[in-house]
Write a protein that binds this ligand. Structure first.
Ligand SMILES: Cc1cc2nc3c(=O)[nH]c(=O)nc-3n(C[C@H](O)[C@H](O)[C@H](O)COP(=O)(O)O)c2cc1C
Length: 258
């Protein structure tokens, strides 16, 4: 099993301590190949907003030398953990800057992460987990990932060690429970699971948009290679949407780009 961990904290602090506990739990019974990526150090770049990834492919990104080695590790992973502190009620800039670079993997561009399992771990001194988890869940959903475990820890202290004993025990138990839930997801085949409503609607709306793009556009070529431009296709992968999901998707696509 191969898990990529995207670390968003620039220091070896609380996020790191929580991740170490998670890793220990996950690998208790069988070895796991963890790929630790420290975003502030390994991807210290901002998206240029040039649209080159969408139009000409991700290898043409001016920051491809930072982003693509990380992207390749994500492509190969069974699971993705995002571990982040809360800064000013949200995720830190380094994580947002990385996610901006991965917009080309959104459902309306060139999605490729169906079937992967995700674990969102946030921690804060007092507030902000809810905002950040909501945002990161949305990001994963737009990457086509349905199986998402979340853990938001409010320390109410400077560090795990400084917490009051009863609260510390409660948090440690929660870390173990959520790690167990993530591990169960990793070990489960979800091939027969229905796709989410959002992803089915996105498929139909995106297809009507992609068809307006020039033939040599990278998104359009990707959709063509995957056979998604074929009108008989109702989803990206071999999962059968409910009839009503397809109906709503087709109706939405009629109005989207007219
Ligand atoms: C720049 C900055 C902004 C922060 N903003 C918040 C915040 O909005 N709400 C909060 O409760 N804690 C905030 N914190 C505290 C951190 O979320 C908290 O201490 C976290 O455990 C730090 O993780 P780390 O040790 O991995 O860096 C902030 C910390 C920093 C450095």
């Amino acid at each position: 099993m191969n898990i990529v961990i995207l670390h968003a904290s620039p220091r070896k602090g609380n996020t790191d301590a929580i991740v170490e506990r998670v890793k220990k739990y996950l690998s208790a019974d069988e070895p796991i190949d963890f790929n630790d990526i420290h975003l502030p150090k390994e991807a210290p770049v901002f998206c240029h907003g040039c649209f080159s990834c969408f139009e000409r492919g991700e290898s043409t990104c001016p920051n491809a030398n930072f982003i693509q080695p990380i992207a390749k590790k994500i492509e190969k992973a069974d699971g993705i953990i995002i571990a982040t502190p809360i800064y000013v009620m949200q995720i830190p800039g380094a994580l947002k800057a990385f996610l901006d670079h991965k917009a080309y993997r959104f459902l309306n561009h060139r999605p490729a992460y169906f079937g992967k399992k995700a674990f969102i771990i946030t921690n804060t001194a007092g507030a902000g987990n809810t905002n950040a988890i909501k945002y990161l869940k949305q990001n994963f959903s737009f990457w086509g990932i349905n199986n998402i475990t979340t853990l938001g820890i409010t320390l109410q202290a400077a560090s795990l060690e400084d917490m009051k004993s009863a609260r510390q025990q409660k948090v440690i138990k929660e870390i173990e429970q959520k790690s167990a839930a993530f591990l169960k997801q990793l070990k489960t085949q979800h091939s027969e699971k229905r796709p989410s409503f959002l992803s089915v609607i996105m498929f139909h709306i995106a297809r009507s948009f992609i068809l307006t793009l020039p033939q040599n556009n990278a998104d359009r070529q990707y959709w063509k290679e995957n056979d998604w431009l074929d009108a008989s296709k109702n989803f990206y992968v071999d999962q059968t949407p409910h009839w009503y999901q397809t109906l709503v998707g087709k109706i939405a696509s009629r109005f989207a780009f007219k």
